[in-house]
Design a protein around this ligand. Structure first.
Ligand code: TA6
Length: 288
């Protein structure tokens, strides 16, 4: 399990709940709350780490090989894939994760911390996407983690919160609540024994298109319960051995440490000319 995030936490001001540090090019918001620790990058409003004090290991996984270079996607955490998914546009998975967002608001209570990040059009975004827009990430972190993505945009967009979840052992991991309708991106599918309950013996890259409102990630150690609102697709990805070797910001053994279970709205637009606002919601809580 990467202690990379813990190393980042140690750099922060140990007496403050909220502090900022720069890791290479990337500005980070460090949250050290009595109930949990968390790290966001301002680039992409990307949650990079979340670990309730009651949990012995991080819930969100971060690659120890990720670059912290401006405009380079950070490997791990919860990348925001907007306004398109995958190669539906350029850059892959959209530009939102590569842009510098602003932190509009933070509210600290004894139970949680709320952060509101936003991004609106810049010269750089107009080059990829010639439209005005405003997007928000509202994070409410405590013993649970609630992420709400909101978009105001008169053009067609889709959304995926490309969450990397830390697991103790991928070969003991199963993801349930996926439903039985899916699109498999791989020629050689990983067909699980039970439909709708993904287990991992090879590369998996699947878009489930009729998921239940709740998915459970069991890794032999704990159960992560994901609850969704307005999500129509759940993407499950693990690169397995060969793909992990070919991805430059993954270590060869990293495939054993995480599973991506992604909260998405892909089948129909999140926004378009007729529906110019849209949002999705992900809540993560841990069953011990
Ligand atoms: O969500 C699954 C996926 O689309 C995979 O096909 C793989 O490309 C993964 O995302 C990572 O994409 P990235 O652009 O972050 O390397």
């Amino acid at each position: 399990m990467t202690s990379f995030s813990q190393a980042l936490l140690k750099l922060a001001d140990q007496n403050a709940i909220l502090s900022k540090i720069k890791q290479d090019d990337i500005l980070l918001l460090i949250i050290k709350h009595p109930l949990f620790d968390a790290v966001f990058s301002y680039q992409g409003a990307q949650l990079l780490h979340w670990q309730p004090k009651s949990s012995t290991s991080p819930v969100i996984w971060l690659s120890e090989k990720t670059a912290f270079k401006s405009k380079v996607a950070i490997r791990g955490g919860v990348p925001i894939c907007w306004p398109w998914f995958g190669n539906a546009g350029n850059p892959s998975h959209g530009f939102a994760r590569n842009e510098l967002w602003q932190l509009d608001e933070t509210v600290v209570t004894d139970k949680n911390v709320k952060c509101v990040f936003s991004l609106t059009k810049t010269e750089a975004t107009l080059a990829h996407f010639p439209h005005d827009f405003k997007i928000y990430l509202i994070a409410e972190l405590g013993e649970t983690c609630k992420l709400t993505f909101k978009a105001e945009c008169a053009a067609e967009s889709t959304i995926a919160l490309h969450s990397y979840f830390a697991v103790d052992d991928i070969e003991k991991t199963q993801v349930s609540g996926l439903g039985d309708r899916y699109y498999d991106k791989l020629a050689s599918e990983n067909i699980p024994a039970v439909s709708g309950v993904m287990t991992f013996v090879k590369e998996v890259d699947r878009i489930y298109q009729s998921p239940e409102t709740e998915q459970i990630i069991r890794d032999g150690n704990r159960r992560l319960v994901l609850t969704h609102k307005n999500v129509t697709d759940v993407v499950v990805w693990n690169p397995w051995i060969e793909k992990a070797k070919s991805v430059q910001d993954l270590t060869d053994d990293s495939y054993q440490q995480f599973v991506c279970v992604e909260s998405a709205k892909l089948q129909q637009p999140l926004t378009d000319k007729l529906n110019q606002t849209g949002q999705i919601e992900l809540t993560i809580h841990i069953d011990y």
